[in-house]
Design a protein around this ligand. Structure first.
Ligand SMILES: NC(=O)c1ccc[n+]([C@@H]2O[C@H](COP(=O)([O-])OP(=O)(O)OC[C@H]3O[C@@H](n4cnc5c(N)ncnc54)[C@H](OP(=O)(O)O)[C@@H]3O)[C@@H](O)[C@H]2O)c1
Length: 297
């Protein structure tokens, strides 16, 4: 690590530790964060969340002014078969990050998920609705939230949902590929959520960081929902992707067909409804949605 002593006085957060920089969101954050400070974004070998205790000395050595944790074990179905590893990455390491951020008295920004809810509700979930995860991924993400709440006082836990973008493996890029390879694609039409643009989420995070006060007057720490504004099923989402991309791609797809999730078997059970109510973040951090208005596909 040759990153010590690179503090620049004019930056709001002179040294930022960003985990998960190779991931979809982390990659987008990396592009945007330079305006706030010097970013150290180690890869998963240099900073391995599967070995939580090794992280402490690296954080102590780097002495960040801000930690953003966009890394996680995110493979929802595989998580069912690897619960020990998932728990290590999503819970134990999150606890270590929270404890170290507390020692340094620096903010921790952490991302969580709509999958902390069971989907039994019919109206968008607020931050005060009771979580009840129904798969290993959701359970570990909720346990990770609890570790932060127990061990730190300056944190933002941003629960988001259905991330999409043109980078990495997500529903959007999967559909693009399938539309090029298949004449018929079946898509689940009885699970409802809110697609969230990765570009929007990264920019909104930056806006929130720039609005945060750098003193004890700041009292907006806590859990927030931050997701796209529209709600839809995966099937609706697939049709929108088709409409948006058909003129610039060589699709061979002829039919996109709606199916029940019961016909699409996966290791993990997913909530049937996981739309997040994002009123609180809009109230506490002004202009986020107005500023980056085109959050929907
Ligand atoms: N994707 C979604 O639809 C969605 C929905 C709701 C919430 N979220 C949350 O949003 C955040 C970002 O998600 P994403 O989709 O951008 O994730 P992603 O693309 O799957 O990227 C995950 C990142 O975590 C890193 N990582 C995994 N295991 C690691 C380890 N042992 N040590 C260090 N780093 C490790 C990966 O590094 P490698 O590349 O080296 O493996 C990668 O950089 C996560 O907290 C996720 O839970 C995502």
């Amino acid at each position: 690590m040759n990153i010590k002593n690179k503090k620049k006085i004019n930056y709001k957060y002179p040294k930022i530790l960003l985990t998960g920089g190779t991931g979809q969101l982390g990659n987008e954050l990396k592009k945007n964060l330079q305006s706030l400070g010097e970013v150290w974004s180690p890869n998963s070998k240099q900073f391995n969340l599967a070995e939580p205790e090794t992280l402490r000395e690296k954080i102590k050595y780097y002495q960040p002014d801000l930690i953003i944790n966009s890394a996680a074990y995110t493979a929802v179905d595989q998580a069912e078969l690897n619960s020990k590893l998932v728990s290590c990455i999503n819970v134990v390491s999150t606890k270590v990050l929270a404890e170290e951020a507390f020692c340094l008295q620096i903010p921790l920004i952490h991302y969580s998920t709509d999958y902390v809810f069971d989907g039994s509700q019919k109206t968008p979930y607020t931050e005060s609705d009771k979580p009840n995860p129904i798969n290993v991924y959701g359970k570990t993400k909720l346990d990770g939230e609890h570790e932060i709440q127990k061990n730190h006082n300056q944190y933002l836990i941003l629960r988001t949902s259905w991330l999409f973008g043109l980078y990495g493996k997500n529903f959007y890029t999967t559909m693009l590929q399938l539309f090029k390879e298949k004449k018929t694609v079946n898509v689940v039409n009885d699970q409802v959520g809110s697609p969230t643009s990765i570009e929007f989420l990264a920019k909104a995070t930056l806006e929130i960081l720039s609005q945060l006060k750098k003193n004890e007057e700041e009292n907006r720490w806590g859990v927030y929902h931050l997701a796209g504004e529209e709600q839809m099923t995966w099937f609706d989402f697939a049709k929108k992707i088709y409409k948006q991309e058909k003129n610039s791609n060589n699709f061979i797809i002829e039919k996109i067909l709606p199916i029940s999730h019961k016909k699409y078997l996966t290791e993990a059970t997913r909530p049937n409804f996981s739309v997040l109510n994002c009123d609180l973040i809009q109230k506490n951090f002004e202009y986020i949605y107005k500023k980056f208005s085109k959050t929907d596909i």
